[in-house]
Design a protein around this ligand. Structure first.
Ligand code: URA
Length: 431
């Protein structure tokens, strides 16, 4: 069958800053999914988009074409309203783990179709796989059962291969062609999966700072607004919080370590920033699901969220009482002088944790469950010379050297206490 377009023309149009037509976009994504457009051609087009951008209409068409490349899930028969959250990814960002059971404790279905880590940001599935026996791959029937009235209402699992397959191919290609951090491509990638998933409402956690894709507040605001508008126009109640990712979230970074910290939060404790963000996102999700007055703090303190967590882990084969893996080797980093911890850079800590073995350098590489970093001081705190600032963990001692290199310049002790701001920087609704 003759093809409707020649991709070389499509690439040239974008290279020459022309607007792509709806037909060109729909054909390109479909032909890429079918293998008619090659990776090298899509890579050239992605770079042209990276350099020359896309307008709102092109982004909408691109997102729709990616949705149409695969199946759509339908949660309308669950008997519960659905609410979802998506984070653009950061260091120590384990919020999905306490958040999903917390929101489900109020009878709302929370489908968290998640991914694995690539590069310095961790992946939710890698974290949960630190729990012995826990299974990430579920069938659509298992997902529906777990979310329904006979299940616990929360599921965190791998997105099936049928959901936005064009994005799966394109995201892997962007990752190796330096075309990830581009607002039209990120927003269409995230929102195509969320719209195809069929959630009733969505809260986006758009990270800002050194450990995030978006380093500047204005960039993050534009990304958040683009995604909120895409979701709202597709009939999904969507809001976004812009949150700080200049320093790691919480005190533990790494797979088993982050599960441990999440359980502390579910037990009513945990670091203030993790608790603050978990509660804020839970309030947004429950408000969108028709429960604006839900007392989320009480559900963390009185064990209701913990009960759902235990059911959710057990339903996916996890041994909720088994000890979590611990790395074979540890190395302490101490303060070289006394003063105020001015900077604890998220990217430096994220890269160090990755180099210790918590993350992967290429798709399919195994990760170490016990690798990562435990922090003992956060920016703004006074530290004394010789005091332990952090402990590094890994199964392979040889990894310490490169991990320590990545911390160079990322830990700054001075005299000025940085402003103790809230982790939440702004809230974005439909423009
Ligand atoms: N997460 C996604 O799913 N896609 C992107 O492009 C970036 C982050």
């Amino acid at each position: 069958m003759a093809e409707k377009f020649d991709v070389v023309d499509v690439i040239r149009h974008k290279r020459d800053r022309l607007k792509l037509s709806s037909d060109e976009i729909a054909w390109t994504i479909d032909a890429y999914t079918r293998g008619v457009v090659g990776d090298e051609q899509m890579a050239a087009l992605a770079m042209a988009i990276f350099l020359n951008g896309m307008d709102r209409q092109e982004i909408v068409e691109w997102t729709n074409a990616m949705i149409e490349s695969g199946e759509r899930m339908d949660f309308s028969g669950l008997g519960r309203v659905t609410a979802d959250k998506h984070s653009t990814g950061g260091v120590g960002d384990k919020i999905t783990l306490p958040l999903a059971p917390l929101v489900a404790a109020f009878g709302v279905a929370v489908p968290q179709l998640s991914g694995r880590g690539l590069g310095h940001t961790g992946g939710t599935l890698d974290k949960l796989e630190a729990i012995p026996g826990w299974r990430a791959n579920l069938s659509n029937e298992e997902i529906m059962h777990q979310l329904g009235l006979e299940g616990c209402g929360a599921v965190i699992c791998a997105a099936g291969s049928g959901l936005a397959p064009a994005d799966k191919k394109l995201y892997a290609l962007r990752d190796v062609t330096s075309t990830v951090d581009c607002i039209p491509l990120i927003s269409s990638s995230i929102m195509s999966k969320k719209i195809a998933e069929g959630t009733g409402s969505l809260v986006l956690d758009v990270k800002v700072g050194s450990g995030a894709f978006m380093k500047e507040l204005e960039q993050a605001r534009e990304l958040a607004q683009t995604m909120v508008d895409l979701g709202t126009d597709a009939g999904v109640h969507t809001v976004a919080l812009l949150t700080d990712m200049s320093t790691p979230l919480g005190l533990k970074v790494g797979n088993a370590l982050e599960v441990e910290e999440s359980v502390e939060v579910l037990a009513g404790g945990g670091p203030a920033d993790v608790v603050e963000l978990t509660l804020a996102l839970a309030r947004e999700m429950l408000s969108a699901a028709g429960q604006p007055d839900a007392d989320v703090e009480a559900a963390l303190k009185d064990g209701r969220a913990m009960d759902v967590w235990r059911q959710m882990i057990v339903a996916q084969g996890g041994d909720v009482d088994a000890p979590l893996p611990v790395a074979k080797h540890s190395h302490d980093v101490v303060a070289t002088e006394s003063g105020v911890l001015e900077t604890l850079d998220a990217l430096s800590v994220g890269v160090a944790s990755w180099r210790l073995g918590a993350g992967r350098a290429f798709q399919g590489e195994p990760v170490q469950a016990g690798a990562g970093i435990e922090l003992f001081a956060k920016p703004g705190e006074e530290v004394k010379k010789g005091q332990k600032l952090m402990t590094l963990f890994t199964d392979e001692e040889a990894r310490f050297e490169r991990a320590l290199e990545s911390l160079d310049g990322g830990v700054v002790i001075g005299t000025a206490a940085p402003a103790q701001n809230s982790v939440i920087l702004d809230r974005i609704t439909r423009s």
